[in-house]
Design a protein around this ligand. Structure first.
Ligand code: ADE
Ligand code: ZN
Length: 321
């Protein structure tokens, strides 16, 4: 629980981490050895080598393709969740991608079952609560995203639906049907927007996809009317500062708008996105907020915002708050 935790650690919570994006390079090297894949210098040390947003997306696919067996996904989820639980995390919403499962030769059902087992084992071992959010990959196009939505709508243990991938391609309205399928199945909705496209991409995402959260959304800072709308509609932003710096959305920490978004009255959370790719983790994202001037009560509000905006049932929310 947030309020009456007797644990000395500060409670953390996240809404935005891509499960394949949590793959540690050491585990990637182990998988590559097993599969006879030559990684060259791609996964040396504690991070991956890539350049630019397109390079990152390709690196993500390359790392994800090493995960080929159900046990790999069980271990991936277990290791990640217990790792952040040791840093104080009480809730994690993991983004999962049926398209990446298929590219690895597994059915989305087998993939989800294995991840669910890892999450269940992690909850038993550490108390962390995890929920799964299925994403469609935007640059694969509207039909692929609709297919992901149909999987999400029929899957048990999935509580949300979203869209990741290259925001520079397609328009939000191209994905309206996918989001309608997910909404009709009762899933919570979010989408990456305002990361590589500007503020109007966020407005159109709200209009056309009816999301209650925005993945990233940092470029809303460029439009005062949009800030007002986000405040009035109580939209939660899944801000990922380390990701933004690593991908060059902002040149340095001083230029990052996290603090200005709070001053604009928005509901914020901080998130690690794809931690080893960006040399970060959830605790470091909270440290980024602290360095940006968020005191303990403001950092606690980040955790509370994540629990309030998380796609979980009311009883779980009540238990965590
Ligand atoms: N997939 C994984 N991380 C992503 C990001 N930061 N933006 C878009 N798609 C992603
Ligand atoms: Zn993301």
């Amino acid at each position: 629980m947030i309020a009456s935790s007797t644990d000395a650690r500060f409670p953390l919570a996240e809404l935005h981490a891509h499960v394949e994006g949590t793959l540690e390079p050491a585990f990637a090297r182990e998988l590559a050895r097993r599969e006879g894949v030559d990684l060259g210098s791609f996964a040396e040390g504690e991070t991956y080598r890539w350049e630019g947003f397109s390079g990152f997306l390709a690196a993500y696919d390359r790392a994800a393709a090493l995960l080929r067996r159900p046990e790999d996904y069980r271990r991936l989820a277990y290791d990640y969740l217990t790792r952040i639980a040791a840093d104080g995390a009480i809730y994690s919403e993991l983004t999962i991608s049926p398209d990446h499962a298929r590219a690895s030769g597994l059915s989305p059902e087998t993939y989800l079952n294995a991840l669910s087992q890892g999450a269940k084992d992690a909850e038993q071992a550490s108390g962390i609560v995890c929920r799964f959010l299925v994403v469609g990959v935007r640059h694969l196009g509207p039909e692929a995203v609709e297919e992901a939505a149909r999987f999400a709508a029929g899957a048990s243990g999935v509580t949300g639906f979203g869209m990741a991938g290259d925001e520079r391609l397609h328009r939000p309205r191209d994905f309206a049907r996918a989001f309608r399928i997910a909404a009709e199945a009762g899933l919570g909705l979010t989408a990456h927007a305002g990361e590589f496209a500007g503020a109007d991409g966020i407005s159109e995402t709200l209009d056309e996809l009816k999301v209650t959260r925005i993945g990233h959304g940092v470029r809303s800072i460029e439009d005062a009317d949009l800030l007002k709308r986000l405040r009035e509609e109580a939209i939660t932003l899944e801000v990922c500062p380390g990701s933004n710096l690593s991908l060059g959305v902002y040149p340095d920490a001083a230029a990052h708008p996290l603090k200005r978004l709070r001053e604009a009255g928005l509901r914020l959370t901080v998130n690690s996105d794809d931690p080893p790719f960006f040399g970060t983790d959830l605790a470091r994202e909270y440290a980024f907020a602290a360095a940006a001037g968020f005191g303990p009560s403001e950092r606690l509000a980040l955790t509370r915002n994540a629990i309030e905006a998380g796609f979980m049932d009311a009883a779980t929310r009540q238990r965590l708050l």
